[in-house]
Ligand binder design. Structure first.
Ligand code: PEP
Ligand code: MG
Length: 544
């Protein structure tokens, strides 16, 4: 057994097997080999395995999506047996005495380039296939399981680092825990792990190349440790702890359907944060009273081009309909910083967190913004939808947003497209917005305090920088005073104020927030019942 410590992102405990997620872009290492024929035999054995995988994929696709789509796996099988392709791999191993992985990867690249340069459309389209087949062979040769994450059993995912776009594309049912070598506890990847209710550790100093698929491991989010190949005693202990945690959850379940109200009758709206339509299941399961933050930018990640207005409309409609009349606050695009999509062409910036991002992009490129607003306004017809704007720093920005929104409404009116005027609020997540919150409160319907960015900008600490995790202190009196100030300014102008940053789920501060007069807390679904339990134990009238 070998144990490592890291930074815990979500407290939980799990015993399972490891799945290593290697970076697709990692170059395949070139090694000198002594026995070329043995390497060629390895290629043949890997080819047989790949063949089995492709046959299984063909059968699966045939049943699920029909013959036309399944045919691609037949083409891949043919490529695996192509003589030119195999001759090239064998030739390279024999003449250069290199390892099988390297010969396959280089041949795959060469053939792919050759196909891409052809005139024929059909052949050009094969460039990606030959690459795909070669990647499959390399994965098998490196002992890295079968076909990516799609077909994996529920596993502990181990990676160097995970970007938000990688995380958001994962099938959450299949991930028991995350363990990464790098990463900050305040990143969006960490936030996604909290949402998924799974133990997660970042900053764990192991060599990724020492970890193999299928290794058993125990991830303990309470102590921030991971044990690879745990001994019998550790496994037994983990099983016991997992049962204790399940029992705690069973007890919390009793709070489902109960009100979020203090002993003396003060009600707090308890909502949940989501990143995708699929997360609504977690919200319903958690018994949250609404959605206080739908990070709509996740719809834009992990794809090649902008989602169309129609795609967005379908997503928003589905969320509000599924929530059946409960409030759903959808935040407009907050792309940039750690949430990157190549097709935006944002380019490299020195300080992306303070860069061209979020509402700044929307105001500079109003066509992107207007498509999203049209989709949002159209979706108002299907439930209780509010719109929220991120990264606000000034009154003028809000006025400009409302001008764009007004234009969108006029266009919808002209096209006779039905919509309702939604509640419109803003995130308070810059010190500037805090300082002018009295003026902002006159313009908008609600405030939602984004403590993640507010902490970053107030304390001048890049939330992505893992070396600064120890300095990132959302309990800093400056932050708490800001939250109080924003809440008071909201109430003076008759609007409500909530918290949707991660601090909203900090049980050590729940009572303080209630006493400050916070009206709403929006937290990851996994925290909803814990916060309800806390609030139901508060007696607001008794001063401390
Ligand atoms: C925040 O900044 O607190 C927030 C809720 O938004 P995000 O974490 O997506 O930046
Ligand atoms: Mg933010």
């Amino acid at each position: 057994m070998i144990q490592f410590s890291g930074k815990s992102v979500y407290k939980g405990i799990v015993l399972g097997t490891v799945r290593v997620l290697r970076n697709q872009d990692d170059p395949v290492r070139r090694r000198k080999v002594g026995d070329a024929e043995a390497e060629i035999l390895r290629v043949a054995e890997a080819g047989e395995k790949a063949m089995e995988q492709l046959k299984a994929l063909y059968d699966k696709a045939l049943g699920e999506v029909g013959e036309a789509s399944a045919a691609i796996f037949e083409i891949h099988q043919m490529m695996l047996e192509d003589e030119d392709y195999l001759d090239s791999i064998h030739g390279m191993i024999r003449t250069e005495l290199v390892n099988a992985e390297y010969a396959v990867a280089v041949t795959g690249d060469n053939f792919s380039e050759m196909f891409a340069a052809m005139d024929d459309d059909y052949m050009r389209a094969r460039a990606a296939d030959v690459k795909d087949v070669s990647n499959r062979l390399v994965r098998i040769l490196e002992g890295r399981g079968d076909d990516g994450l799609a077909s994996m059993e529920p596993s502990i995912l181990v990676a160097d680092d995970l970007t938000p776009s990688e995380t958001v594309q994962m099938d959450k049912e299949k991930i028991l825990a995350f363990v990464t070598v790098h990463g900050s506890t305040n990143s969006h990847t960490a936030i996604l792990a909290r949402m998924m209710n799974i133990p997660a550790l970042v900053g764990v100093p192991f060599e990724l190349s020492d970890i193999r698929d299928g290794m058993p491991a125990v991830v303990d989010g309470f102590s921030g440790t991971v044990s690879f190949e745990p001994d019998g005693e550790t496994c037994a202990w983990a099983e016991k702890r997992m049962e204790e945690e399940r029992e705690k959850l069973r007890l919390l379940e009793e709070l489902k359907g109960k009100e979020t109200v203090t002993i003396d009758g003060r009600r707090v709206k308890l909502y949940a944060n989501i990143g995708s339509v699929g997360d609504v299941g977690y919200v319903l399961e958690s018994d949250a009273e609404g959605i206080g933050l739908f990070r709509s930018e996740f719809l834009y990640l992990g794809r090649e081009d902008f989602p169309t207005e129609e795609e967005q409309f379908q997503a928003y409609r589905q969320v509000v309909q599924t929530m059946g009349g409960k409030k759903v606050i959808i935040r407009t695009l907050d792309i940039g910083a750690d949430k990157q999509a190549d097709y935006f062409g944002l380019g490299k910036e020195e300080n992306p967190a303070m860069g061209y991002r979020a509402i700044r992009i929307c105001l500079k490129q109003p066509e992107i913004f207007k498509a999203q607003l049209r989709a949002l306004f159209r979706a108002t017809m299907f439930g209780n939808l509010s719109v929220m704007y991120p990264m606000i720093t000034s009154v003028e920005e809000v006025r400009e947003i409302f001008r764009v929104a007004e234009k969108v409404r006029a266009e919808l009116d002209a096209a006779k497209v039905p919509y309702r005027c939604p509640e419109q609020g803003i995130m308070i997540e810059t010190p500037a917005a805090v300082m002018v919150s009295d003026e902002l409160a006159e313009l908008v319907d609600f405030f939602s305090i984004g403590t993640n960015d507010l902490t970053q900008y107030t304390l001048a600490i890049d939330r992505q920088n893992e070396r600064l995790d120890d300095f990132y202190d959302p309990h800093h009196p400056a932050i708490l005073r800001m939250i109080r100030m924003v809440t008071e300014n909201a109430h003076k102008h008759g609007i409500w104020a909530g918290i949707c940053g991660e601090l909203g789920a900090d049980l050590a501060l729940t009572e303080e927030f209630v006493r400050m007069g916070i009206d709403e807390l929006s937290v990851s679904p996994s925290m909803v019942l814990k916060i309800r339990e806390k609030i139901r134990g508060i007696n607001y009238l008794i001063t401390i």
